[in-house]
Write a protein that binds this ligand. Sequence first.
Ligand SMILES: [Zn+2]
Length: 275
Amino acid sequence: MRLIDSHCHLNADRFDGDLDLVIGGARLAGVERILVPGWNVASSERALAVVERHPWMDAAVGVHPHDAAKVDDAGWATVRRWASDPRVVAVGETGLDFDRVFSPIPDQLTNLRRNLRLALDTGKPAILHCRSCDGARDAQDALVDELRAAGIGGPVWAAAFGDRPPAIVHSYSGPADYARTVVDLGLAISFSGLVFRRGEEAAATAAAIASPDRLLVETDSPFLSPPGAPRRRNEPEWVAVTARWLAEQRGVTQESLGAALVASYDRTLPSQRRP
Ligand SMILES: [Zn+2]
């Protein structure tokens, strides 16, 4: 099966000792694309370094809601500069996290708005993290309000992105009607091992209704190990577990889903470096 990993933190220090082995394992498992997103200034720089020697891998630079209050104006200016680097195909990860609230919500909103602005300015899609407390949906509702307020779905973003997705909902989590809303806004949806967790049953609906050309899978390594993967550290080769689940939800063969995932990745995240 052809595979992609649209969100994989190989820039995390847990991969320092054996990064080449992990990348080799992913290749053997059929993973043809890996996107390495930053979450703050240092990890964005590290993402650029990790993909440097691998033109089939891509980086994203941006600021995660957890780090929203920690990145100063000079740090943000640096991220902005990196965003036009040819190794960078997306802005992120950014978004909202009302579950752990490591940064105050007003700071998360300011951070999200400037990351969205950077996506619009560069024509590179925003990678959106969105989590509410168990059973709640306040972060998803706030995110949709922000996307609409930023004009996503309207003419300005259409001029910058054409018919490509302006943003990617990373590691899908949320109620089924939220999936419908983000599909209608033209966003891509990426599924992770989170779909196997209790409380995430609506992901099955999202998997069924996502547009075939806006469909992605990811590991969010080193986090969110799917069933069968080592709990201590998830790795990109385990994206196969979630991809098989997605093929089942959509009632298609693994072969046809794999081909669709690669096509969807290339359309959503174009790169001049990719061989
Ligand atoms: Zn992530």
